[in-house]
Structures are given as C-alpha cells and as structure tokens.
Design a protein around this ligand. Structure first.
Ligand SMILES: [Zn+2]
Length: 118
C-alpha cells in the first residue's frame, strides 16, 4: 500500500547520493527489502518505473533483494521462520523471540553506467 511513497523516498535518496551529472547514467538501484518490512516487490517496482518514466532516471532499473524473515527463540534457541511473519517460535510455541532478519529496508547500491573516459 505504501509502495508509491516508498518509491519516492528511494528516488529522493538516489538524487541525494548521486551527483546531478551522473543521474542520467544510473543503471540500477539495488535495495534490500525484508519479508517483514511489508514491501510488495512487484508493486514497488511498478511504482518506481511509473515515477521515473520520462525523467533522468528512466533508464534506471530497480533491483530488489528480498531478505527472508527469521526469528530466534529465547526459550529453545531455535532459529525459525514462518510465512505469516509471526513472532511465535515454530518449534516450541514460545513468544519469547527476537527478529534476526527480515525487517531491512535500505538502498544498498546505486550502479552507474560505465562511461568512457576521454
Ligand atoms: Zn522455541
């Protein structure tokens, strides 16, 4: 649901991190999105493409690396996952768990087109 504003945030961050003369040669924006972050990858890609169309970023592709959701149980020590992103241990049913991955949502790389040096 919030993919559109998220796409805007990503694009804003790209503009902040890439110099104005290099925006046009941004080839790929790589982000990490955890399963637990609630991001729908296809929807985010669609939003990104819609916003960048006919802009300096129109050739940029959004690549999303999905990070699986995992919790570690404080009672039995097992590392488990479940498709519902629930905080309950699959192994013993304890709610004494900690998320160890899957909440990530960050830009990890902005790749530029190789430019020939004159
Ligand atoms: Zn457990």
């Amino acid at each position: 649901m919030h993919e559109l504003s998220l796409a805007k945030d990503i694009i804003e961050a790209v503009y902040q991190n890439v110099s104005a003369s290099e925006i046009i040669i941004v080839k790929q924006v790589v982000i990490k999105a955890g399963q637990f972050s609630g991001v729908v990858a296809d929807s985010l890609k669609f939003s990104f493409e819609a916003i960048t169309a006919n802009t300096d970023l129109e050739n940029a592709e959004l690549k999303i690396i999905e990070i699986p959701f995992y919790i570690k149980c404080g009672s039995c020590g097992k590392k488990t996952t479940n498709e519902f992103s629930m905080m309950v241990c699959e192994e013993c049913g304890s709610a004494n768990t900690k998320i160890i991955s899957g909440t990530e949502l960050e830009i990890c790389e902005v790749k530029l087109e190789e430019t020939e040096k004159v």
